[in-house]
Write a protein that binds this ligand. Structure first.
Ligand code: ADP
Length: 640
């Protein structure tokens, strides 16, 4: 075979080309990972064959022992990684090695900064896989034959990693894939026994099948001329422990081994923040190894993104991305679950209906929540990293998993008036510990941005009384708090909602003052209501303010601004919103307003105060030009 007619040269998909280029230029500081990536792929291919052979044992032919082999040739400067796994046919090769099928690749590439150091971390999360071969090689050849097809249906792929690749049909006697790396001039040091063994042990010890290399005392490499001339065939030995990592006991494993295994299952380059490895025996028997990544993937908010654990049944790989074992709000968790109770020929549909899977899901959910609780207790700094990356996802928890609401609540971090910066680092327990005597609510304000929340006039009275308020500015906050309802028996109270009621925190004096103010302002309120008309639901005096003349609040059962925006963005028609306009009768501007005899000037000033109150909440004016005109009219009066 291998006739010229079969040979075609094809261009890489644009995204693939860009990624190749970036990779070659930004991963130079961590070159050796190419071997991890290629062995990882070989191991996945063997896993897939093992699974396929459950239904079709003939796929294994007379070669049932799955293994990976790493060869090298010092003189030719090549490294060859072979597996007897599932293999690829011509279409597979073109599809898998010429394009990047991951959703959101184009956006991902756009998000790269051009700063090589930063980009290499991003690329790491993206998972570079096969293309990492081009970090060390200037030519890569792939020979592959899919399990179950005859030897003459092999395929050869070749590329120098620039703009195109060649594919042609070839004969390949053995099933599986062989990847030949022609090393760049400067990288020939990799084609050496000691170096390669070191890398394999470091990165592939946990791979569940043997990684074979030529015995060290055999000679320089498998192609050692003298020995081959003497008719001696190279002898191979396994370089790794070839035992699925999660089947080993916790005491036997060190941190580095856990970390390497994480990189294999997650395709992440960075170390995980934490992990939890557990063997469960009893009614259900399974082992789980769950990892907390250190960085959110670029596509965490993409609805179509694959997620979930790698599922094994009795050590046999069944599927990637088994999403039935964890709720959506823990979708950032990576890892493995190996069950003894699920049938080997399970499908995604069956998983969905299997009650064993349901109980595993709730147990694994608890494991993750416990892991997070422990981490929060023992290592604040690491927990903060987790929160900064995944806090927003965890906030989906109370709505999705009401049963675990209290556990989730303990994991939350907020920014508040207690601290100066925007960092979310205060827990609800911290808040409750600082509550004032007589305080029975957890106060919060939810705004567009941290600064708007922090500077809201609504906080004035809370500052005066030294009452802490949580400052919420994540998009999901208002929605998520509405599902959280309470913590430690204390209800959450939006400080911009309803009439301010500080309960026992209001002194007798406060109440008296309010009554006095109400009386005094009676006629002013009436005039204001007339001036603002349909724009407001109500006009009233307030004790919320100490420095500002006025503010807007939301009627008790109205939807807040954040929620309204989310609903509108989702295409929901929202009823017209009317805020409550609250004035501070002690403020000189308000006092001035009360004594303003000229109806036009009264109207102008009233409108200005109303618009300003809206601006202070981060709101947008319906008619900003009129606001400016009115304001300038007053300013002109000042200077004339
Ligand atoms: P990923 O492994 O993240 O999917 P890669 O770029 O590493 O991305 O590989 C792309 C695809 O090529 C794999 O998903 C797999 O289908 C195929 N592939 C790569 N290496 C092998 C191999 N040794 N045997 C069979 N298929 C492979």
């Amino acid at each position: 075979m291998g006739s010229q007619a079969n040979k075609e040269t094809l261009g890489f998909q644009t995204e693939a080309k860009q990624l190749l280029h970036l990779m070659i230029h930004s991963l130079y500081s961590n070159k050796e990972i190419f071997l991890r990536e290629l062995i990882s792929n070989a191991s996945d291919a063997a896993d897939k064959l093992r699974f396929a052979s459950l239904a079709k044992p003939e796929l294994l032919e007379d070669d049932p022992n799955l293994k990976i082999t790493v060869d090298f040739d010092t003189r030719k400067k090549t490294i060859t990684i072979s597996d007897n796994g599932i293999g690829m046919n011509r279409e597979d090769v073109i599809e898998n090695l010429g394009t990047i099928a991951k959703s959101g690749t184009a956006q991902f590439l756009e998000s790269l900064t051009g700063d090589e150091k930063k980009d290499s971390q991003l690329i790491g999360q993206f998972g570079v896989g096969f293309y990492s071969a081009f970090i060390v090689a200037d030519k890569v050849e792939v020979f592959s034959r899919k399990a179950g097809v005859p030897a003459d249906q092999g395929v050869r792929w070749e590329s120098s990693g620039e703009s195109d690749f060649v594919v042609e049909s070839v004969n390949k006697a053995d099933r599986g894939t062989q990847i030949v790396l022609h090393l760049k001039k400067d990288e020939k040091e990799f084609a050496e026994s000691f170096r390669l063994r070191g890398i394999v042990r470091k990165y592939a010890d946990h791979i569940s099948m043997p990684v074979m290399m030529v015995k060290e005392d055999f000679g320089a490499d498998a192609e050692d001329d003298k020995k081959i001339k003497k008719g001696k065939a190279p002898e191979y030995e396994s370089v790794n422990s070839a035992k699925a990592l999660w089947t080993r006991s916790r005491t036997e494993l060190n941190d580095d081994e856990y970390k390497e295994f994480y990189k294999h299952v997650s395709h992440d380059f960075e170390d995980p923040l934490d992990w939890s490895h557990n063997k469960v025996e009893g009614k259900l028997e399974y082992t789980s190894l769950l990892y907390l990544p250190s960085r959110a993937p670029y596509d965490m908010w993409n609805r179509d993104t694959t997620r979930g654990l790698k599922l094994y049944v009795q050590r046999v790989f069944i599927m990637d991305d088994a999403e039935q074992f964890l709720p959506l709000y823990l979708r950032f968790i990576k890892g493995v679950v190996d069950s003894n109770d699920i049938s080997l020929n399970v499908s995604r549909e069956i998983l969905q209906k299997d009650p064993a899977v349901d109980s595993m899901k709730s147990a694994l959910t608890k494991r993750v929540l416990d892991m997070l609780a422990k981490l929060k207790k023992k290592d604040k700094e690491t927990y903060q990293k987790f929160w900064n990356e995944f806090g927003q996802v965890l906030k989906e928890g109370p709505a999705e998993d009401f049963a675990n609401k209290d556990k989730i609540a303990k994991l939350l971090l907020f920014s508040s008036t207690h601290t100066d910066d925007a960092l979310q680092d205060q827990s609800l327990e911290d808040y409750v510990g600082r509550m004032q005597e007589g305080q029975d609510k957890i106060y919060y304000i939810a705004s567009e941005s941290h600064n708007t929340a922090k500077n809201s006039p609504h906080l004035e009275v809370f500052r005066k009384k030294g009452i802490e308020v949580l400052l919420l500015s994540d998009r999901v906050d208002e929605w998520f708090i509405s599902h959280l309802i309470e913590f430690d028996g204390k209800q959450f109270q939006d400080i911009t909602r309803g009439e301010l009621d500080l309960g026992k925190l209001d002194t007798e004096e406060d109440k008296k003052q309010q009554e006095k103010a109400d009386k005094k302002a009676e006629s002013l309120l009436k005039r204001l209501k007339e001036a603002l008309g349909e724009e407001v639901a109500e006009v009233r005096t307030t004790t919320r303010l100490t420095d500002s003349p006025a503010c807007l609040s939301i009627a008790e059962h109205d939807m807040g601004a954040q929620m309204r925006k989310i609903m509108e963005a989702a295409g929901q028609a929202m009823p017209d919103f009317k805020p409550v306009f609250e004035i501070n009768p002690e403020h000189p501007l308000v006092e001035k307003l009360d004594t303003e005899p000229d109806e036009d000037r009264f109207n102008d000033l009233a409108r200005i105060l109303f618009d300003q109150a809206s601006l202070a909440e981060g709101g947008q004016l319906d008619d900003p030009a009129s606001y400016i005109q009115r304001l300038n009219k007053l300013l002109l009066n000042l200077i004339q």
